[in-house]
Design a binder for this molecule. Structure first.
Ligand code: C2E
Ligand code: CA
Ligand code: CA
Ligand code: CA
Length: 278
């Protein structure tokens, strides 16, 4: 028993050090990634369910690592947050997304770009100045920029975030609450934030239209949003049935693999050009 106990312990220790080594390497590489220009933004269209047109695109970061290949954001955003690298990376994301949105405008495509903001970026005091500067530098009108925020930060730090959101809104940018339904937002809190849209988390879209629980939740979110004059975006729409169901429920905007997966800027521009002709 003693031996197997020791074996387990050794196994555990080896596993731990492999993981911390991996983590250490990722962190080192992440520090160099900005200079080496290894980041890229992919874009996923958001579809206006009334018109069927592309009304926006969410910018999603990709890290093209020289040996690991494409590292998904869920694996490096947390490291970027712990190390503070989220600030330069987040600023790059904003700049790059606004530059792209300018190109779309120049080509006659009127659509918003949605950028994910980490809670830490919002907490950083100068986020309003960063956004203002990026808009100035890129020349993008603020009406074409949307910022996606998550509940966790907003409600931990409510009065401060309400003030920051108000100042962002004064710049003219739109604000969306991401992954809605997974946190603890109450109606009274939502009413006091200057938001424009709620993004229904994909875990609730998944069971549409057959799961009565998911159907009730999505229906309730849409009704609640309407009563607060907020728009609703459904995330993670993968099937025609989900699309039909959301249309019937009166959802405004829809996003997911059913329409298109996130893709490179070039592929996305091609999509816009063909969408128009269709
Ligand atoms: P998110 O903001 O909730 O983004 C949506 C995620 O769902 C994306 O994963 C997207 O590729 C994926 N997705 C889109 N349609 C479908 C679908 O129909 N089915 C399924 N199963 N998934 C779908 P991705 O690109 O891996 O990003 C993961 C998370 O990483 C994002 O979740 C966001 O929290 C974070 N993230 C991505 N880009 C950025 C960024 O630039 N800055 C920050 N701070 N976070 C980012
Ligand atoms: Ca998002
Ligand atoms: Ca989301
Ligand atoms: Ca998320």
């Amino acid at each position: 028993a003693r031996q197997s106990g020791q074996g387990r312990y050794q196994f555990y220790e080896a596993d731990m050090s492999a993981r911390s080594l991996d983590r250490f390497e990722l962190e080192t590489d992440l520090r160099a990634a900005m200079q080496r220009q290894e980041f890229e933004l992919f874009y996923q269209p958001q579809i206006d369910l009334q018109t069927g047109e592309v009304s926006g695109a969410e910018a999603l970061i990709r890290w093209n690592h020289p040996t690991r290949g494409r590292v998904p954001p869920d694996q490096f955003i947390p490291i970027a947050e712990e190390t503070g690298l989220i600030h330069p990376i987040g600023q790059w994301v904003l700049e790059e997304a606004c530059r792209q949105a300018c190109l779309w405008q120049e080509e006659g495509h009127e659509l918003k770009v949605s950028v994910n903001l980490s809670a830490l970026q919002l907490n950083n005091g100068d986020i309003v100045d960063v956004v203002r500067q990026v808009l100035q530098q890129t020349g993008l009108s603020s009406r074409w920029l949307e910022l996606e925020l998550t509940e966790s930060y907003l409600f931990e730090n409510f009065s401060r975030s309400a003030r920051v959101l108000k100042r962002l809104r004064l710049l003219g940018v739109s604000l969306a609450l991401d992954d809605f339904g997974t946190g603890y937002s109450s109606l009274s809190y939502l009413r006091r934030l200057t938001l424009h849209r709620l993004k229904i988390d994909r875990s609730f879209v998944k069971g549409l239209p057959d799961d009565p629980g998911d159907l009730a939740i999505v229906n309730t979110i849409i009704a609640m949003a309407k009563s607060l004059s907020l728009e609703v975006v459904a995330e993670g729409v993968e099937t025609a049935q989900q699309h039909q169901s959301l249309l019937a429920l009166g959802c405004h905007t829809s996003q997911g693999y059913y329409y298109a997966a996130p893709e490179s800027a070039q592929a996305f521009r091609h999509r816009l050009a063909t969408f128009r002709r269709a």
